[in-house]
Write a protein that binds this ligand. Structure first.
Ligand code: ADP
Ligand code: ZN
Ligand code: ZN
Length: 726
């Protein structure tokens, strides 16, 4: 037999099938990882096919040295997916295969965990001990008096190991190795018994065909309950399911909810797990012991067979598009797997992406709606506060008078509030008031962010840290100040107003340690009154009954970025944040502070008018020729050698430009330039940007890719409608 192997290496030149002979006696299957000779080295690879015949000169073919695992860790469906992704996303095969297994399997740093179990042997009474062996006798007594027949090392820790060892040697005690599962920590929740309402029942009843559904449900409409019931049905049919949630902040409550309903059938895959936990959860899915994979983006590659449902919750979230290599769209992968398994794909959101909603309007997706909150309550009232007016009235603080008054009310009633701020750190960049100099990272050319806790300037792209400036390096002025507010300064200001109230803070800085999310959330859940200040992390998913007020400190943040999706994102964010208020019996309220109160996004958002917003936004995109009416292609070239990237870019661009001769009327825009962040992690970044009409976009995209592929060694990232143009 011969095996076709993809070498697990980054080099583009190696990204093709290599053939090896399977020596007799070696058990090799398609999907296994193997060790193969390569030049003078031994490398790992993936077997992606096997044939009786050799395709090359069989005298030159080398033997596979060994298998790495004793099972095929990549299932056949994923091998087919690999081919699809390679074509669709222009990716290297090895980079795709790596997505399919826990990364630590590749460097061998994670293994099954075993522990020793001890029990008395069947004939232990026949074995004589010397009278002086008191310690050994104590151990036997302990076993005889124990309720458990099998004990673990930790149960026997009070005894000397040498005594235990001699009992084992004599055959009195038997020792066996047992595999243990490392289990992720999950919050405890009381299982809520709810009676599904008409809309939920209708949704569950509708979602059953081999197609894509857009579940548009307002915040609090009970989408989770719909997901749970859909998955219940899937399990009953003997099938499995994948449910994706956007990021770690969402997981604790969702996890807890699902664990309480489905117990051991659920496996969790998210970045907060230890590598051992991740490996064991992955294996439970692989073996079929767990049938539901819940996790962030990468859980879409869960090694499940016989999928009966794929759910993408908060489908509009940008984190579903992978921005680091390999770049892929979770929706595409999900759609492929759903079609492969002939099962429904459910995209759920209170604020679907413009792209997805347009597909629902066109009939490509089927729209399913949950138009009211499950508890029958009104959506919280969103009050827009004009911060320019506050300024004119002499209030230059972070909080409007209205927000302060409402906070006082909350505190007096022993309720809770959330204050949302779209930033990280104490306050952002450092700027010289005299000459305008801004402190930037020496590696990345982005503004450094001031962090008060450790009095440092930090780069959010590469993590570099710098001392805080005392005076301007440019003009020597001492008027260097940090700019706008962040979570820490908001929390500090609140503490000054309300010294006796618990103020909690949740952002990247306070949640960097394991389980920090859960700790902050459960503290908040048990404290009244309390105010939780946070970034995007508090915007979604949380369900606290006593939160009756949500304050959005600076809603404009993010609205005026050079990004065609910024309005859509602002709408989604406001809706999500507002959805945290008044989720139980009492009416909630939202204070939205803005310096541009007349922007259309606030009008639609404050009325919860998604459809109105969609029509307006669709119109604007069409007029301005932006996706989904066009396609943006970005080719990003990055290298530590600036001359090399520039040359490479030039060669590619010259050839790509010739496409204009054939596709003149299809190309709206095309240019080559430095990237907005021209250096990141020590790499110089240049890009080619194209905007295409849709008619021949596929054709042009393929040609552009071929050109880039032909001329560049390793360093081109190909992006379609990128989420982030830095
Ligand atoms: P969404 O994800 O749509 O924002 P959730 O799934 O978080 O909403 O549900 C919001 C709240 O409504 C939860 O507390 C949930 O337990 C509750 N809920 C869901 N369905 C029902 C129902 N049919 N009757 C009463 N409460 C419900
Ligand atoms: Zn200066
Ligand atoms: Zn940097």
């Amino acid at each position: 037999m011969y095996a076709q192997v993809i070498i697990d290496q980054d080099a583009k030149a190696l990204d093709k099938e290599f053939e090896y002979r399977v020596p007799t006696g070696l058990n090799i299957e398609v999907g296994m990882r193997v060790l193969v000779p390569f030049g003078s080295r031994q490398l790992q690879g993936f077997v992606i096919g096997m044939t009786e015949e050799c395709h090359y000169d069989s005298s030159k073919i080398k033997d596979i040295i060994a298998s790495v695992d004793d099972y095929a860790c990549i299932k056949s469906e994923l091998l087919i997916l690999m081919q699809y992704m390679a074509k669709k996303n222009h990716l290297k095969l090895a980079s795709i295969l790596r997505l399919f297994i826990p990364s630590q399997m590749r460097d061998g740093s994670v293994h099954d965990l075993f522990e020793n179990n001890y029990s008395l042997s069947a004939n232990y009474k026949d074995i004589r001990l010397s009278k002086s062996a008191k310690k050994q006798q104590e151990i036997i007594d302990f076993f005889e008096n124990s309720l458990e027949k099998t004990l673990k090392s930790e149960n026997l820790s009070q005894f000397s190991y040498s005594a235990l060892k001699s009992l084992i040697d004599k055959g009195v005690i038997e020792r066996s190795k047992v595999k243990v599962n490392r289990v992720p920590l999950v919050l405890d929740v009381d299982e809520k018994k709810v009676e599904l309402n008409q809309d939920q029942l209708h949704a569950i009843d509708t979602i059953k065909e081999d197609r894509t559904y857009l579940l548009h449900g307002v915040t609090g409409s009970g989408k989770t309950e719909v997901y749970i019931n859909l998955i219940k049905r899937v399990l009953k049919e003997g099938k499995s399911a994948i449910m994706l949630v956007p990021e770690i902040s969402l997981t604790p409550q969702i996890m807890a909810n699902f664990k309480s309903r489905f117990g051991q059938s659920v496996a969790l895959l998210h970045s907060g797990l230890s590598k051992g936990e991740r490996f064991d959860e992955w294996k439970r899915l692989f073996s079929g012991e767990a049938k539901i994979a819940i996790g962030a983006r990468s859980a879409i590659f869960a090694p499940l067979e016989n999928l009966g449902m794929i759910i993408i919750d908060e489908e509009h979230e940008s984190s579903y598009i992978s921005e680091s290599n390999p770049r892929f769209s979770t929706h595409d992968v999900a759609s492929f797997r759903a079609r492969f398994n002939h099962c429904p794909l459910v995209l759920g959101s209170a604020t679907p992406s413009i792209e997805s909603y347009q597909k629902a309007v066109n009939g490509e997706y089927q729209l399913v709606e949950l138009p009211i909150r499950a508890n029958g309550k009104e959506m919280p009232k969103i009050q827009i506060v004009d911060m320019m007016n506050e300024l004119r009235a002499g209030n230059s603080g972070i909080f409007s008078n209205q927000l302060l008054a409402d906070l006082v009310n909350i505190i007096n009633n022993k309720k809770q509030a959330m204050i949302f701020i779209n930033r990280r750190g104490y306050s952002s960049f450092m700027r010289c008031r005299d000459c305008g100099y801004i402190a930037k990272c020496t590696n990345c050319d982005v503004s450094l962010v001031y962090h008060k806790e450790d009095e440092r300037l930090k780069c959010h792209y590469c993590g570099a840290q710098f001392k805080v400036l005392t005076h301007c390096p440019n003009c020597h002025s001492e008027h260097v100040k940090h700019g706008a507010v962040g979570t820490e300064s908001v929390a500090k200001a609140l503490k000054e107003y309300f010294p006796d109230v618990e103020i909690l803070r949740m952002d990247n800085d306070t949640t960097s340690t394991k389980n920090a999310h859960q700790k902050i959330l459960s503290k908040f859940a048990h404290t009244k009154p309390a105010i939780l200040v946070g970034t995007q992390m508090i915007a979604k998913g949380h369900d606290f009954e006593d939160v009756l007020l949500v304050g959005i400190v600076d809603a404009d943040q993010g609205l005026y970025q050079a990004d065609y999706r910024s309005t859509e994102r602002t709408f989604a964010l406001i809706t999500q944040v507002a959805g945290r208020a008044g989720r139980s019996q009492e009416q909630g309220k939202v204070i939205l502070q803005t310096y541009s109160p007349r922007h259309y996004v606030y009008k639609f958002a404050s009325n919860y008018d998604y459809k109105g917003f969609f029509r307006k936004e669709e119109n604007i995109r069409q007029t301005a020729q932006f996706p989904p009416f066009t396609r943006i292609i970005r080719l990003l070239f990055a290298s530590e050698d600036e001359n090399y990237v520039r040359e490479n870019l030039k060669v590619c661009y010259t050839e790509i430009e010739k496409l204009k001769d054939i596709y003149q009327d299809q190309i709206i825009y095309m240019d080559a330039m430095k990237s907005p962040i021209k250096r990141m992690q020590n790499k110089y970044r240049y890009q080619i940007l194209m905007r295409l009409k849709l008619d021949k976009a596929d054709e042009i995209e393929n040609k552009v890719f071929e050109i880039a592929d032909k001329h560049s060694k390793n360093s081109v990232f190909f992006e379609i409608n990128p989420q982030n143009m830095t």
